[in-house]
Write a protein that binds this ligand. Structure first.
Ligand SMILES: [Mg+2]
Length: 363
């Protein structure tokens, strides 16, 4: 079925409280970019991407500067062809960055249309592995006091979580250790606890941290160093002190291939909204599985749950702090550490457009 129209809109969504990590600093809002693609039968697909607070206008500009228009008249069902055409059209200025966010949002919308037309939930359409998905709460809490950190962790557990990630990368390693120690004491030895450094360290400091954190039995250490410094990832991983997770700042398959092959990571962490969409994520997850790395997710959990439910060799859906719950008719529910992938057609995300419109950025 041919694509009739495609449009994009930018929103600035305020966060309930200011949060912080080592890369972004204090965050008060995030940007959401919604792409709507409609086919000639009137079936509409919704694509989403987001930013940590800036860059959204550049993504909309890439979309409105040609990508959306180039879709009109194409067969919505031939997603790989649409994807390759977009990649080729933008390859000289793209291969990552803003362009990957724009292509991902369109790709997600096309998969949503495909799911709706087939009357299948996205995760089943992609193959279908297990709709019962283990989750973790992704705290964005580097600015929190230890008391606030523990209060947050109690709230997470009350809301059904049985795994938690906290931020590290405070000015001194001693502070990070004290915070992890307090969390481990509170949660008990068996509770899965991850830490995320958001690229805070040099290789030397990352190695020091991996050694210092070793007694606390962490599930993983995330983004210890610059995302494309594959050799440093390998040095840290090969110490065997803690599994390394990374990938939220990578934007294409070949970068993930290097991270897995050279970087020796334990967990690949693609974000479906900026790694090339569902099409990009699927390529990464399949490669990771055949190279003994586990695929986890980053960002928009209402969408990512489909990818984790679709493929074997995946674990731990990140339930991200940038929540869309206030705009959703069916927010994800976590029960005893797990969420159920939706069984509605497509990805099943239905936004309250009226409520969201208050946060629209007029361009
Ligand atoms: Mg992270």
């Amino acid at each position: 079925m041919k694509i009739q129209s495609a449009s994009a809109r930018l929103y600035r969504v305020p966060l309930a409280q200011p949060v912080s990590d080592a890369a972004h600093g204090i965050q008060t809002h995030f940007e959401l970019i919604a792409v709507r693609v409609t086919d000639e039968d009137g079936v509409q697909g919704l694509g989403l991407t987001y930013t940590g607070g800036s860059g959204g206008l550049a993504i909309v500009s890439a979309l409105e500067g040609g990508l959306l228009e180039s879709l009109v008249g194409k067969d919505a069902d031939l997603i790989e062809l649409c994807w390759r055409d977009m990649w080729r059209a933008m390859h000289y200025v793209g291969q990552g960055g803003v362009v990957s966010f724009a292509i991902s949002a369109i790709d997600v919308a096309l998969w949503d249309i495909k799911g709706k037309r087939a009357q299948m939930p996205l995760w089943r359409l992609l193959g279908g592995h297990d709709g019962h998905v283990r989750c973790y709460a992704g705290g964005i809490d580097l600015n929190f006091s230890i008391e606030e950190l523990l209060a947050q962790s109690e709230a997470f557990r009350e809301n059904g979580f049985r795994a938690i990630k906290m931020k590290v990368g405070r000015p001194s390693l001693r502070e990070d250790i004290e915070r992890i120690e307090a969390m481990r004491e509170e949660l008990g030895e068996q509770f899965p606890l991850m830490v995320d450094a958001n690229m805070a360290w040099s290789r030397m400091n990352a190695l020091r941290a991996a050694k210092a954190f070793n007694p606390y039995g962490l599930t993983w250490l995330e983004e210890p160093v610059e995302p494309r410094d594959y050799a440093s990832h390998a040095s840290i991983a090969e110490c065997g002190l803690v599994p390394i997770a990374a990938g939220e700042n990578l934007r294409n398959f070949s970068e993930f291939k290097q991270l897995i092959d050279t970087g020796r990571i334990g967990y690949a962490e693609p974000d479906v909204t900026n790694c090339g969409g569902v099409t990009g994520f699927a390529k990464i997850a399949r490669y990771a599985e055949s190279h003994s790395a586990i695929t986890t997710s980053h960002g928009l959990h209402d969408l990512s749950i489909h990818l984790l439910a679709a493929f074997p060799g995946t674990d731990f859906l990140e339930v991200h702090g940038y929540s869309l719950d206030a705009f959703l008719s069916r927010p994800l529910r976590i029960v005893d550490g797990y969420a159920e992938a939706p069984n509605t057609s497509g990805h099943g995300i239905e936004l309250d457009w009226q409520k969201l419109e208050r946060h629209a950025v007029q361009g």
